[in-house]
Design a protein around this ligand. Structure first.
Ligand code: 5GP
Length: 191
C-alpha cells in the first residue's frame, strides 16, 4: 500500500533491535484517515470471504481492526492481555511470547464473542516473529471458527512470522512489507 509505505518512510524511526517506531500515526498518536484507508484496503483484499468477525489483540491492533470492521460492517473483538481470573472458565486462552518485550502474555477472549459459525479475519499492527498472530489463530481454533486469513499493517519480512503463518496454510496479506533496516533506513520488499 503506497500511501502507508510513504508514511512509514516519512515518520518511521528505526530503533536498535530491528524495531520500527511509528508513534506518529499508529502506536501512540493515531491518524484516523490513514487507518480508514487501511480498513478499506483490508476490505478490498478479503471482500469475497464473507467475514463475520475481526479478531485482534490490544492495544495497537485495535485501530486498524476497528476501521476494517467499520468498512466490512462486522464486529471487532480484541483479545485482552490481562490474565483471566481462575474463576473464569468461559474464555479461550493462548500464551504469546513477545521477543520485543521479552515477556509472555496470556491473551484471552470471552467465548461468547467467538463461535464455530464465525469466519474470522485476524488483524494486527506488526508481524515480526509471528507469536501474536499465532496466539490469535490458536484462539480461533479453540472456538472452531473458520480462519479466512491474517491482515497485517506492517510485516517485517526478514523475521520468521510470515513463514510460520503461511506454513499453517493461512492466507497472509500485509500492507507494507519491510525487507531490511539497513543504514537505519526502511527498505521495502521489491524496492
Ligand atoms: P510478533 O509476535 O510477531 O513477534 O510481534 C508482534 C507484536 O509485537 C505486534 O503486535 C507489535 O505490538 C509488536 N512489534 C513487533 N515488532 C515491532 C516493531 O518493529 N515495532 C513496533 N512498534 N511493534 C512491534
Amino acid at each position: 500500500m503506497k500511501l502507508l509505505e510513504e508514511r512509514i518512510k516519512q515518520d518511521g524511526v528505526v530503533l536498535p533491535g530491528n524495531v520500527l517506531k511509528i508513534n506518529q500515526f499508529l502506536n501512540h498518536q493515531i491518524d484516523p484517515q490513514l487507518m480508514y484507508e487501511i480498513g478499506q484496503e483490508f476490505e478490498r483484499l478479503f471482500k469475497n470471504e464473507a467475514v463475520t468477525k475481526i479478531l485482534t489483540v490490544e492495544a495497537s491492533g485495535i485501530a486498524p481492526a476497528i476501521m476494517a470492521g467499520l468498512v466490512m460492517d462486522v464486529p471487532v473483538v480484541f483479545a485482552r492481555k490481562k490474565k483471566p481470573s481462575t474463576l473464569d472458565n468461559d474464555v479461550y486462552v493462548a500464551e504469546v511470547y513477545s521477543y520485543t518485550k521479552k515477556v509472555t502474555n496470556t491473551i484471552s477472549v470471552d467465548q461468547k464473542f467467538l463461535t464455530e459459525t464465525d469466519r474470522v479475519l485476524v488483524i494486527d499492527d506488526f508481524l515480526a516473529n509471528g507469536q501474536a498472530v499465532l496466539g490469535l489463530l490458536e484462539i480461533c481454533q479453540q472456538a472452531n471458527a473458520h480462519i479466512v486469513g491474517a491482515g497485517i499493517v506492517v510485516e517485517k519480512s526478514f523475521q520468521d512470522g510470515a513463514k510460520l503463518i503461511k506454513e499453517r496454510g493461512v492466507r497472509l496479506e500485509s500492507l507494507a512489507r519491510i525487507a531490511s533496516f539497513e543504514d537505519d533506513k526502511v527498505h521495502f520488499v521489491g524496492e
